[in-house]
Design a protein around this ligand. Structure first.
Ligand code: SF4
Ligand code: SF4
Length: 325
């Protein structure tokens, strides 16, 4: 590790405090009084150019450890994004390349060249950032060849697991805690990290694209969203599944709630085996109904059913403050 380099930590007092206030701000009574706390970014973009990674972190919020994949953005995808950015007159302040480990993309330098040409062609303020784990010779050989004017954000990870907040604990698996949550507000990541471009399309954050890869809703926008598209419909679907929503404790051991267990099991199956909106977990519980989109049935084993569109419609009703049926 370079002298003076800072170790990236997922758990800090600052982050835990921000999570707590984020949770309070995403509760429907607070939103009715203070308005929505987060807007999706029109300044920042994160591109998950590959889901390949040379590490196997237990908290990978792109599921590179839990469900490895060769899915990747192509040079064409990045070219289309830049062409549509020009059409819309977008002025990006920052574009980050991530993954997975972005330096493992086979066309990494070609993608970087496209971004550098875009910056040279009338976007001098654009910051191009490569986010890397900095682990291993192969990755570092690529980093050594980076052209001038590209910023490196190095997390200096290795095979030793650091503390993290579990990403695979879905809020829908904690229905009492999230009784009053409005998932359509998202979290601070949509402002701080920005619009996500992933191999499945555009999302309000790149993490949502990583969730969609596993759950298989296929809801990513296929063109660059227009500036007036808040993408609340996608937040309503993906935030209930994302461990970054709200508060959680921290750990060094992977924790996976029932919705994620089912989704990973489903992901590992050949297509067409069973209904993608049906998951079977291993908990026991009593019969109840939450929000109308998410129901728990007790049939000897817990069974969860949800429907993304029903949920989306329901959530928009909730955000207008109407009573949940
Ligand atoms: S280095 Fe990043 S992308 Fe790779 S497994 Fe760890 S968290 Fe996931
Ligand atoms: S999907 Fe996760 S990271 Fe993205 S806005 Fe929702 S809670 Fe935040």
């Amino acid at each position: 590790m370079a002298a003076g380099a800072k170790i990236h930590r997922n758990v800090t007092l600052h982050r835990l405090t921000a999570d707590f206030f984020q949770f309070i701000r995403s509760q429907r009574p607070v939103i009715r009084r203070l308005g929505r706390p987060f807007q999706r970014s029109r300044r920042f973009v994160e591109m998950d150019i590959t889901y390949r990674c040379n590490l196997r972190c237990g908290n990978c919020n792109r599921s590179c450890t839990q469900a490895p994949s060769d899915a990747a953005l192509t040079i064409q995808d990045v070219g289309d994004f830049l062409a549509q950015s020009r059409e819309q007159g977008a002025r990006w302040d920052r574009i980050r390349l991530l993954g997975g480990e972005p330096t493992l993309h086979k066309d990494f330098f070609a993608i970087l060249d496209l971004l550098l040409s875009y910056r040279a062609d009338g976007h001098p303020a654009l910051r191009i950032v490569v986010c890397t784990n900095g682990a291993g010779r192969k990755v570092n050989r690529v980093l050594d060849r980076l052209p001038e004017g590209v910023v490196v954000k190095n997390t200096f990870k290795n095979s030793r697991q650091r503390f993290f907040r579990p990403f695979n604990k879905a809020p829908i698996d904690a229905p009492l805690l999230h009784r009053f949550s409005d998932f359509s507000v998202g979290c601070r990541i949509i402002e701080e990290c920005g619009l996500g471009l992933t191999p499945l399309g555009y999302y309000p954050c790149a993490i949502a694209g990583g969730i969609d890869r596993i759950f298989g809703f296929n809801l990513g926008r296929q063109r660059l969203p227009s500036p007036d598209d808040d993408m609340r419909d996608l937040l309503s679907v993906f935030c209930p599944l994302c461990g970054h929503f709200g508060v959680s404790g921290f750990t060094k051991k992977a924790k996976t709630s029932v919705a994620w267990e089912a989704a990973y099991a489903k992901y590992a199956q050949p297509p067409g085996i069973s209904d993608p909106f049906q998951a079977v977990g291993a908990f026991t519980g009593r019969s109840s109904s939450i929000y109308g989109f998410y129901r728990i049935y007790f049939h000897g084993r817990l069974q969860i059913k949800w429907n993304a569109q029903d949920f989306s419609a329901q959530n928009s009703l909730n955000s207008k403050g109407r009573k949940t049926p």
